[in-house]
Ligand binder design. Sequence first.
Ligand SMILES: [Zn+2]
Ligand SMILES: [Zn+2]
Length: 290
Amino acid sequence: MFKSDYHLHSSFSDDCGESIEKIYIKALELGLTELAITDHMDPDFPRRDNLFDLDFPLYMRKMKEYRDKWSDLLDLKIGLELGMQSHLAQRLEQVFQDPDLDFIIGSLHCSDHTEFFDGSFFRGRSRDEAHRTYFMAIHENLSVFRDISVLGHLDFIRRYGKEQYGTGHKDVDYRLHMDVIDEILTLAIDEGIGLEVNTSGYRKGLGQPHPDERILKRYHDLGGEILTLGSDAHKADDMAGEFRKATALLEKVGFKYICGFHRRKPVFYPLSDQVYHYYCPDPSRKMVAR
Ligand SMILES: [Zn+2]
Ligand SMILES: [Zn+2]
């Protein structure tokens, strides 16, 4: 049985205060068999000096300690959410060499020194221009960061831009951008890079994970098979949120497998094992202080 959450933040991320202990306790309550901590490493984040920098050697040392200390409770996979900016490729080379790192999510949180959260990326752009620029930036970065494990929350741009576009910010006109999206998906498939299915889209009221059903279907039709499932929880209570809904969606689209990662290699598990098994705690597995 494989039950896991492949996108979780801890207090190593500057936007998260959750302790690893609390994350373990919640994972055991949920009956997870494995989890991947994927803290932010996003150097040169615009305008907020060192906001998402990570002390990588310290992080790896601590994660290995937790992994070994509680290995009888859960299989901890050591991951990262790497903020992709093409000029950082050389600086981040050491990260890709670390043999203990199991999993790397490549995410785009900013572009051309502007960010999505504060709206600076959208200024001077129509909604459709902004969305296209975003997808093109993903493609450009994917061409550079070919050693990531999965592409993080593709299409999460639709969370942002409300100040500029009103509630229409949520609507991505996929027909306009499908050529670029196809290039992204084809490149990912050719390079053995998977897609993350990020359930925070449900949490944010978008009614779909990131990416949404249309992109997942296109990925499936193009032959893509590597998928991970992540909640992007910054609070332990959000762990594995809406995983039933997301796995049912993946089944409907036609996927047969969900992946874990070990030392950056995907491990395939039958999706059918997962659909009905979240939130079925095993009371025999308890956290023991030592
Ligand atoms: Zn992210
Ligand atoms: Zn995240």
